[in-house]
Ligand binder design. Structure first.
Ligand SMILES: [Zn+2]
Length: 406
């Protein structure tokens, strides 16, 4: 079996693979359009033959020569595409203080009440575990995760209403708009899909006051898409800001999973519900891209600290490795009993490895040692301390999303 990325580099067909042979066929099909573009309309048959070669390799030996030529052209086309798919990001508003050290000029403050002492720390607007401090024997621990960054509004009208224009951070396609503030903690929000190096990523713009784009609309980096606001949970005019995330998607089976496990709270946002979108450290990414404009997302995530691992049963519905084949490094053996998924403390999946362990449901197989209760260190997926860590019921449910409906 091979990870899907090998299909680009030279897999000759659609051998059944543990996580879905058809994905390789899909890739081959998308290559046909490229082949037609390169070879011209007179060579459509050659491109069609390439499809046959890709999906039924035993046929038509005499046409192999054509396949080799077509394949070589395709490879050069793919490498051009790869070069064109670098992560080219712009900030979404005129607030560029991130590049001058961030701090209170860039981040919108939060309202904190710690042991009766009220404060407005800007640090709470950063990505990461930056909210809800508690005192432990090991010192203060910030227990609540913030999945994006809160970018402060710069411009206001005479009534204090925020005016900042919000722009697409990169080329992509609008895949979701939520126009009803009460339908999400994000308030009015937009999701734009970006495709970089063969994988889809999602930028999310929350707490908007108005939205200027529609689903299925293509956008270019810098296009105006909205106006900053304070719609959504727990905000007021003074704290108007843009909540910005850059996410991976966990599963296209999300809606069925949600209906099975979450009661009394209808999902109005389909697969673009925040639970299904898991955010990376976008502020760190902006800064890293400034230093190295050719940095890829997989390279960027190599620096994220792995915090826990969960082994999940083998499943044909495990789509994470189809959507993000770079998570599964190297070629894997045929016999795989299960998959071990490595997560950051935030629950962001970082890596997948084949495992010989027999499991019938998700099992915690590693966690970084800590004397602090894991329910304070994660988003509730794990509880217990030291050697007594275990997946919580909600943690197990969330991880089942990765292979749902299995
Ligand atoms: Zn936020």
């Amino acid at each position: 079996m091979r990870p899907r990325r090998d299909a680009v580099l030279g897999s000759t067909g659609c051998q059944p693979v543990a996580f879905g042979g058809p994905a390789e066929c899909l890739l081959a099909r998308s290559a046909i359009a490229n082949a037609n573009a390169i070879l011209g309309s007179g060579s459509r048959q050659a491109a069609a033959n390439y499809r046959l070669a890709a999906c039924a390799p035993q046929k038509q030996k005499r046409q192999r020569c054509c396949y080799v030529v077509a394949f070589a052209l395709l490879l050069s086309n793919f490498s051009m595409l790869a070069q064109n798919e670098v992560v080219n990001l712009a900030l979404p508003t005129n607030n560029d203080a991130l590049f001058r050290g961030g701090g209170p000029e860039f981040y919108q403050y939060i309202e904190r009440d710690y042991k009766g002492v009220k404060s407005t720390p800007w640090e709470g607007g950063q990505y990461g575990f930056v909210r809800d401090p508690i005192e432990t024997a090991q010192g203060i621990v910030y227990t609540r995760f913030h999945e994006g960054i809160d970018i402060r509004a710069l411009e206001r009208d005479a009534h204090g209403e925020p005016l900042d224009e919000v722009r697409a951070i990169a080329d992509g396609k609008v895949v979701h708009t939520n126009l009803v503030p009460g339908y999400s903690n994000y308030g009015k929000y937009i999701v734009i899909e970006h495709r970089w190096d063969g994988s889809n990523y999602y930028s999310l713009y929350g707490h908007l006051s108005s939205i200027a784009v529609k689903p299925n609309q293509d956008v270019r980096k810098g296009d105006r898409i909205a106006v900053i606001g304070y719609t959504g949970a727990g905000l007021n005019q003074a704290r108007a800001h843009l909540h910005l995330e850059l996410d991976l998607m966990l599963s296209h089976q999300f809606e069925a999973w949600y209906n099975a496990f979450v009661k009394n709270d209808p999902n109005h946002n389909g697969i673009y519900n925040g639970i299904n979108l898991t955010g990376l450290d976008i502020a760190r990414l902006y800064l890293a891209l400034r230093k190295n404009p050719s940095l890829t997302i997989p390279q960027f995530l190599q620096d994220e600290e792995m915090f826990y691992k969960v082994t999940i049963p083998k499943s044909s519905h495990f789509e994470l490795v189809k959507n993000y084949p770079w998570m599964l490094p190297g070629t894997i053996g045929v016999k795989t009993s299960s998959w071990e998924v490595s997560f950051a403390r935030s629950g962001l999946p970082l890596k997948v490895q084949p495992s010989d362990r027999q499991v019938v449901q998700p099992e915690l197989t590693y966690v970084k040692k800590s004397a602090i209760d894991y329910s304070d260190l994660t988003r509730g997926e794990i509880s217990g301390r030291r050697d007594h860590a275990h997946l919580t019921e909600s943690g197990r449910k969330l991880i089942r999303l990765l292979t749902y409906p299995d």
